[in-house]
Design a protein around this ligand. Structure first.
Ligand code: FAD
Length: 538
């Protein structure tokens, strides 16, 4: 079938495409050769992300459910061809990409592309009436199984691709707010706002593909979230279509009108309905962007500096402290060298705003860093990080192709518990991957007055026989460690299918029951994103 939209585009393929630049820096290359006996020929092997998936027949090729979907969005926008369905069969976690070649995942029966809020509502009503599961699909960058096309006992499942919700609805340049439709991706949002002199400034590493609706549905954290706040902190108003009707939440910048129901949608990962429009706080484009690198003696010294900046100020917009392993590998700087000489830990700080404000904050921070014995590295390391910051997925693809296990995971805790948690998660990963030469690297980022997040990257030799079991066991060991330590089970990536079994450790059994009750009210047929966020029913 022909259709006017490019839905055959494979989201994994873009990051799997060869990068003209050399991605694996010297330090990483040396480690690969020494610890994993991986050389140039293996590195050229090509990523499993590029493997084309074979999909089976669609349950929505004909019949009443298909007719109801066609009535909702038009025949051109109910797509059942193989490549389009294959492109919506998975997200972008390590397991997603490894499974693509080892054990292909099932694909959705159709990709449905509504044009706006009302059409989304019509699709949800059709799916509820005909027993079709719905997986909202933004950029498809979930790394926790959030877009896996699970049927949840229904005869069919659709990927509800939101790319046609692509407009800047309104910019209020007096109140500094912007209303964007859910399918607008990061770069498009920034260019629509920049035309009017504004920026959203939300920059996750998946910025190139992730969408406004995805940011809201997963409570995304961006690289500037230390200064400007996580995505959920930027949201003023949300509009959503649910099978039970519309929710339009958030009327004023502050309110005492009972619990803040916007929080029910933020982080809801498509299990209650579909976020269609988000009003966010924006700010004028910064006059100055200043990013700089420092070397601190060790992780503990760096954490002390970050805590001082977070609690007493000046608060940086970007803060990222690599531990010794991440510094040595150059992972923080996109595979190139982390510091000007071996040893210590790399600290990146960024300041954005008016020239005066940046100058004042950076100067005050320099005093704190000087007093802590840190060494200024100038803009070089920070430039190298900025240049390479969106190349990590391509770097990961290259290493995957060479037969490595490579994945990231993240959490957050208090300043008091941070150092201990860093050690415990590292031990859990090294213990679970014993025998596979695990290398665990980490950075501290996203500072709060009370604590910060820890973001781990793990590399190991992939178990060729059972790569899925190998990582599932390692991940379970980490989740148990986080639950035992009282840390959050995720600070960036959300819950999806992968973290759902541990949600009660975060919210308690009663808390999970409250979420189930909300779902019953908003999604009585239970079609919305089965298997995500909520643990399997007892
Ligand atoms: C290389 C890489 C780097 C990443 N870096 C970061 C990072 O720095 N910070 C961070 O927070 N995350 C990061 N992530 C995770 C991911 O990009 C974020 O969770 C992102 O917010 C997801 O946006 P998306 O549009 O791709 O959503 P999708 O992956 O399409 O969907 C995510 C979940 O939200 C649901 N959903 C999507 N849109 C809607 C909607 N409009 N209404 C209701 N539900 C919806 C989906 O069903 C799914 O459950 C990264 C992922 C990758 C692959």
């Amino acid at each position: 079938m022909s259709h006017p939209l490019d839905v055959s585009f494979d989201p994994a393929a873009r990051w799997a495409a060869p990068d003209p630049e050399r991605l694996v820096g010297d330090e990483l290359r040396a480690l690969l050769a020494q610890a994993f006996t991986i050389g140039e020929s293996e590195l050229a092997a090509g990523s499993p992300a590029a493997v084309a998936l074979e999909v089976g027949p669609s349950a929505l090729a004909e019949g009443p459910a298909r007719e109801a979907l066609v009535a909702a969005v038009g025949a051109d926008h109910v797509v059942v061809d193989g490549p389009a369905r294959a492109a919506h069969a998975n997200g972008m976690s390590y397991l997603d990409l490894v499974r693509r070649s080892a054990q292909p995942p099932p694909a959705p029966d159709a990709v449905v592309l509504p044009a706006g809020h009302d059409e989304v509502g019509a699709v949800l009503r059709a799916c509820s009436a005909h027993g079709v599961a719905v997986v909202p699909f933004g950029g498809g960058t979930s790394v926790v199984g959030g877009v896996a096309p699970e049927r949840g006992g229904f005869a069919a499942v659709i990927a509800l691709d939101l790319r046609r919700l692509d407009r800047l609805v309104e910019l209020d340049d007096v109140s500094w707010t912007a209303t964007l439709q859910a399918g607008v991706a990061g770069p498009a949002a920034e260019s629509l706002l920049a035309e009017r002199g504004f920026t959203l400034g939300h920059v996750p590493q998946s910025f190139e593909r992730a969408t406004i609706g995805g940011y809201a549905a997963t409570r995304s954290a961006g690289q500037l979230s230390t200064g400007w706040g996580r995505f959920d902190a930027l949201v003023e108003r949300l509009r959503a279509a649910t099978p039970a009707g519309e929710l339009d939440l958030g009327r004023a910048p502050g309110s005492a009108a009972g619990p803040d129901l916007r929080q029910l949608l933020l982080g809801s990962e498509g299990i209650f309905g579909v976020i269609t429009e988000v009003t966010v706080r924006v700010r004028p484009l910064p006059e100055v962007r200043r990013h700089e690198g420092w070397r601190v003696a060790d992780l503990a010294a760096g954490i002390d500096v970050l805590r001082t900046l977070a609690q007493r100020g000046p608060r940086p917009d970007l803060a990222r402290l690599s531990d010794e392993a991440e510094t040595a590998l150059g992972v923080a700087t996109g595979g190139s060298r982390g510091t000007d000489e071996a040893g210590g830990c790399l600290l990146l700080l960024g300041w954005e705003g008016s020239a005066d404000d940046v100058e004042r904050r950076a100067a005050a921070a320099t005093d704190i860093l000087d007093n802590a014995g840190a060494t200024a590295l100038g803009p070089g390391a920070a430039d190298s990080w900025r240049h390479g910051r969106f190349r990590a997925p391509r770097l990961r693809d290259e290493l995957l192709g060479a037969g490595l296990l490579i994945e990231t995971l993240e959490t957050a805790t208090t300043w008091r518990a941070l150092t201990d948690l860093h050690a415990r998660v590292g031990d859990a990963l090294r213990g679970a991957l014993d025998g596979a030469s695990p290398v665990v690297a980490c950075h501290v980022s996203h500072l709060y007055a009370a604590g910060a997040s820890l973001y781990f990257t793990v590399l190991a030799r992939r178990d060729g026989e059972d790569p899925v079991g190998q990582w599932t066991r390692a991940k379970a060991a980490v989740m148990e460690t986080l639950a035992g330590a009282g840390a959050t089970l995720t600070h960036h990536h959300a819950v999806g299918a992968d973290h759902a079994p541990w949600l009660a450790a975060e919210d308690g059994e009663l808390g999970v029951d409250v979420l189930r009750a909300v779902k019953r009210r908003l999604d009585p047929a239970g079609v919305m994103n089965p298997g995500k966020l909520l643990p399997p029913a007892p």
